[in-house]
Write a protein that binds this ligand. Structure first.
Ligand SMILES: [Zn+2]
Ligand SMILES: [Zn+2]
Length: 425
């Protein structure tokens, strides 16, 4: 990659960084990506066209979405793309070479995190004027870099497209944070014909110039909101007439923390938010809990989720309140195929800027790329998820997070090399 292209990718990353949009609100981001892909010559689909709407999780309510669309248009998003998205975000680029060959898919996630970006001189995006202009939305996980690596990669493919065979699909996935968007893409069936699937994350503790060719220990997870609805009453005059939603939620919280660990492996449960009540002298009629369960296998997460449901339902019965549960996100377990791990390792060392291989990273968290990897593998294809090293200024999801922009060029170049190699199979 020449210096001019490197500079262009850096500029583009800073633009995405400044327009940080959280899950399901990536309207400016999607329009920008779609515009670039179209100008490169890809067949582009966006929003509703690439999602199974039944599998969409944790999307903000309609009126909020309308505000985000308005914001994106105000910030210069192309209204034509906005119209085609029809309220949903994400993009897919397809290149059908017309030549016999495999179907390859590549995934890049594009959303920001619910974090207010640091406004201090020591934070480069602030100092150099490309900090997020959107309140409480910051690219503090590096998905701005992912989007740009995907676009740089797309350009490198088009530059030498006569050398490619088969079909190439490049997915720009919305709403990875909170594992809300991956399932909707996988369930749309876009991946059912894919022979090789590749995805990556930058950073994750791997320094600049290193690549970790495989990544394991994905935790399966389910995120849910539980809402208790009781009956408000005068706490002094008629407490017996009330139905106490706060007590139901508090009892459930303590019982959830008491779920027995499982002999078969790691499990987790967290009640991250509990809001209840309206006033000191009122029997609380409403309580909202935000909960997540995890497990190192699907079975272990199902065990945690199953026990959690018994408990939240039991608490509703105990206090005579109504319960509603909404699933807000979900990811399954995943594994990388050795064959592709080896190929990433082999190609990585031939890319300028990549000097070393790092050992396989243990994710210890969840990633909804797992839905896509599973969809491919269930149909007989192979999948890999790897880590592109990048020094980071602070931990992922921290308000001082920043990437080493060197990762943009060698990330795109590595994906391109892998695509050209796999296209020959
Ligand atoms: Zn993240
Ligand atoms: Zn991330």
């Amino acid at each position: 990659m020449d210096n001019a292209m490197e500079q262009r990718l850096i500029q583009l990353r800073r633009e995405f960084h400044a327009h940080a949009e959280t899950g399901w609100t990536e309207f400016w981001t999607t329009a920008k990506i779609a515009g670039v892909l179209k100008s490169l010559g890809f067949r582009v689909s966006v929003g509703k066209e690439i999602l199974d709407l039944e599998s969409v999780m944790g999307r903000p309510p309609k009126d909020e979405i309308a505000n985000y669309i308005e914001r994106a248009v105000h910030q210069g998003a192309d209204p034509e793309w906005i119209k085609r998205m029809d309220g949903y975000t994400g993009a897919l680029a397809v290149l059908d070479t017309g030549k016999k060959g495999p179907t390859l898919a590549f995934r890049f996630d594009i959303d920001a995190v619910d974090v207010a970006e640091a406004a201090e001189e020591k934070h480069r995006p602030f100092r150099e004027g490309f900090a997020s202009m959107n309140e409480n939305a910051m690219h503090s996980c590096g998905h701005d870099a992912h989007a740009v690596i995907g676009l740089g990669f797309a350009e490198m493919l088009m530059d030498r497209k006569e050398e490619l065979k088969g079909v190439i699909k490049i997915i720009f996935q919305p709403a990875e944070e909170g594992v809300r968007g991956g399932k909707a893409i996988a369930m749309k069936g876009l991946l059912d014909d894919v022979d090789y699937f590749l995805g990556a994350h930058i950073g994750m503790g791997i320094p600049t110039g290193n690549v970790a060719p495989g990544c394991g220990d994905f935790l399966c997870t389910t995120k849910f909101d539980a809402v208790y609805k009781g009956k408000a009453a005068h706490a002094g005059g008629a407490p017996n007439e009330g139905k106490n939603a706060l007590l139901a939620a508090a009892s459930a919280t303590l019982a959830l923390a008491g779920i027995a660990p499982h002999k078969d492996g790691a499990t987790r449960l967290n009640v991250g938010v509990l809001h209840a009540g309206t006033g000191r002298n009122v029997v609380p009629s409403k309580a909202v809990m935000k909960v997540e369960t995890r497990g190192s296998t699907t079975a272990l997460n199902e065990y945690m989720y199953g026990r959690a449901m018994e408990i939240v339902e039991g608490a509703a019965t105990m206090y005579g309140v109504e319960l509603s549960v909404a699933k807000m996100g979900e990811a399954v377990d995943a594994f990388s195929d050795e064959e592709l791990v080896d190929l990433v390792a082999e190609k990585a060392l031939s890319i300028p800027g990549i000097e070393k291989l790092a050992p396989s990273v243990s994710l210890g968290g969840s990633e909804d790329v797992s839905w896509m990897m599973r969809a491919v593998q269930q149909h007989g294809g192979k999948a890999v998820y790897f880590v592109l090293g990048s020094d980071i200024a602070a931990g992922h999801h921290n308000e001082f997070f920043d990437v080493d922009e060197k990762v943009l060029s060698y990330g795109a170049a590595l994906f391109a090399d892998l695509a050209f190699a796999l296209s020959e199979r």
